[in-house]
Design a protein around this ligand. Structure first.
Ligand code: M6R
Length: 618
């Protein structure tokens, strides 16, 4: 999730682009860069690893006045392919061409080989750079030579994956060409000036007139106008709209809190995490420094993590054991190394962390490595410490998560953990290739179902407002519904400062049932109809037990679950999925519930008291 900006107009481009990058920094801050076209056939580029402040210092050192020109592009990076560095920062340049990119070019590997075979020297580790070289070559030679717009389209038609791209060419300084497939891009329409941004916050200071670009569209923009087509060059429509947000609202996409925006981004977080991980019928990880033979030799899996990441590991245990027939233990990272776990060369330790900096998880990784275990990191932050010290990495592509409470990163972790499970099953041969493919296809269907849940949260918020004064709330589930219950309780504790507990529903009768009193809200996640057999009927009994003692039941269940509906004081329907994938849906109402209770109580949803986004102390 990088931030992209562009400007063509009558003002000096550099200050406009840098200001826009400041507004886009929430989308990524691994590096940033600008390119300004001087109008006389040259492009001046500056890019720097780290926060925008580093780029600004470099611009100062170079002399901002030397970046003359009224056309420019800019980028703030959330690293995916290639670690954060000056070299991997955008814009990427090839001859007269400069490009910025957000997304993942899934077929970059064959394109890279093709370019290398043709003698092109690629200088970065990114997937993005291929687009710059392809464009430079299309401009030099072949059917579109010399035609900037046609060459851009020719390149776009060769790319697979999800991308927003902005192309510039020093010999065409009055024109920018941009395109989008799946990742966002908005056009800002000013007086004799045009803007591009990943969202409207990029140009809200300059114009309130914007155009939303449709899927698979190309926009050619000049100071005095723009033209939208599809990738084939046929006319296409954008959706013009007027921005009525203030700047703060614009940065939060119109939501009151980043967390709410991040809840809404979950379909993309899951879809992006899956992108590029299934090639030629095989699951592929990002940085695999563990050989297939070593994966085959694994005889035990430990998952180590903290907080929500730990809950995502608990969910993964069900899939990993089921698919690989390997024993899988899930440990709270801060406990792991102090109890002398049995580890050796055949142990695979999966360390899950959004930030990649959590001290407890990092120390667990170091302990595992000191015992010769293999460590695979599942992480949202490219270049952070945990992936750096691990033997293999699978990145989640949730983009920066600003709300302290984990939402989109959590769903992305569950998704990535499933990919780890499938990669293991594939290496060990415990699943046939067609079974692996079929599980992956199931995962691919999830973003659409997640979107349906995200779109139907209003009744959950109404329940939250009604229950906002409760003293305590319980969460119950069985199988993968149990970690989902733990996650629901954690969200409520951290955001609403409310007593909340998650239990395996069957454990209730062994003690916690004593907590049930008249009116106590109890959430229950019902297994999908697929699992109706034993799990479903046992949960129905559990609900009857708590209802008999006066609890108010709030039940999350499949739309068609008419057995449980009459037992529910509040019924929250979710779409049908497989049992293993249900946490990707059932968790979302819990996130929305906790955020709404916190807001109703007047708390800062994004910055709960006593907490930090990255916990870098043990
Ligand atoms: O960055 P990490 O994933 O390693 O962070 C782990 C926990 O600190 C984190 O999940 C925390 O529990 C969240 N605030 C939960 O919403």
């Amino acid at each position: 999730m990088c931030g992209i900006v562009g400007y063509v107009g009558h003002q000096a481009a550099l200050p406009v682009v840098v200001e826009a990058l400041r507004r886009m920094e929430y989308r990524g801050y691994d590096s940033s860069g600008v390119a300004v076209l001087d109008g006389a056939g040259a492009t001046r580029v500056e890019k720097k690893e780290g926060k925008l402040a580093n780029l600004e210092a470099a611009l100062d050192a170079a002399g901002r006045g030397s970046f003359a020109g009224t056309t420019g592009i800019g980028h703030t990076r959330w690293a995916t392919h290639g670690r954060p560095s000056d070299r991997n920062a955008h814009p990427h340049v090839s001859g007269e061409v400069a490009i910025v990119h957000n997304g993942i070019i899934e077929n970059f590997a064959p394109l890279r080989h093709e370019l290398e075979a043709a003698g092109v020297d690629l200088v970065s580790d990114t997937d993005s750079e291929v687009a710059a070289h392809l464009l430079a070559r299309a401009m030099d030679d072949g059917p579109t030579a010399g035609d900037f717009v046609a060459s851009c389209r020719a390149v776009l038609n060769r790319l697979e994956g999800a991308f927003t791209l902005v192309f510039s060419h020093a010999d065409h300084p009055d024109t920018l060409v941009a395109a989008r497939r799946s990742t966002p891009l908005v056009l800002g329409v000013g007086e004799d000036e045009m803007f591009l941004g990943s969202d409207v916050a990029a140009f809200i200071d300059h114009t309130r007139d914007a155009v939303e670009l449709g899927q698979d569209t190309v926009v050619v923009m000049r100071a005095d106008g723009y033209e939208i087509t599809d990738f084939a060059g046929e006319p296409a429509e954008g959706r013009p709209f007027r921005i009525d947000w203030d700047l703060e609202a614009a940065e939060k996409g119109g939501y009151d809190f980043f967390m709410l925006k991040e809840i809404a981004e979950q379909p993309d977080a899951v879809a992006d995490t899956l992108l590029g991980h299934f090639h030629d019928g095989r699951i592929v990880l990002d940085e695999q420094r563990i050989s297939d033979q070593e994966l085959r030799d694994v005889d035990k899996v430990f998952i180590v993590a903290c907080g929500s990441a730990y809950h995502s590991g608990l969910v993964a245990k069900y899939a990993i054991e089921h698919w690989t027939r390997l024993p899988c233990e899930v440990e709270i990272a801060s406990e792991f190394r102090y109890r002398d776990p049995v580890l050796d060369r055949s142990t695979l330790v999966v360390a899950i962390s959004q930030s990649g900096e959590t001290a407890d998880t990092l120390e667990a990784v170091r302990h595992a490595k000191s015992q010769k275990a293999r460590v695979l990191a599942v992480c949202n932050t490219n270049g952070s410490q945990i992936p750096r010290e691990s033997d293999a990495v699978l990145y989640t592509h949730a983009g920066p998560e600003i709300g302290v409470a984990s939402t989109k990163a959590y769903l992305a972790q569950i998704t990535a953990n499933y990919l780890v499970g499938l990669a293991l099953a594939q290496a060990r041969g415990t699943k046939y290739p067609d079974e692996v493919a079929s599980e992956f296809r199931q995962l691919e269907k999830m973003p659409e179902l997640i979107q349906r849940v995200v779109d139907s949260l209003e009744p959950v918020r109404a329940i939250a407002r009604e229950l906002a004064d409760s003293k305590s709330v319980l969460f119950l589930g069985r199988h993968v519904g149990y970690p989902t219950a733990l996650e629901g309780a954690l969200k409520l504790k951290e955001l609403a400062y409310m007593h909340a507990e998650g239990f395996p529903a069957g454990e209730l009768k062994h003690g916690p049932i004593a907590l049930i009193e008249d009116g106590l809200p109890v959430f229950v996640v019902m297994p999908p109809i697929e699992g109706r057999g034993v799990l479903h009927s046992k949960l129905v009994s559990n609900i009857q037990e708590i209802k008999a003692r006066g609890a108010r039941t709030i039940v999350i269940a499949e739309e068609g679950d008419d057995v449980v509906r009459p037992l529910s004081d509040y019924f929250i329907p979710i779409p049908t999925s497989t049992t293993l994938l249900q946490p990707l849906l059932a968790t979302i109402p819990y996130q929305a519930f906790a955020a709404e209770v916190a807001a109703a109580r007047g708390y800062d949803v994004d910055k709960p008291r006593n907490l930090a986004k990255s916990v870098t102390v043990e």
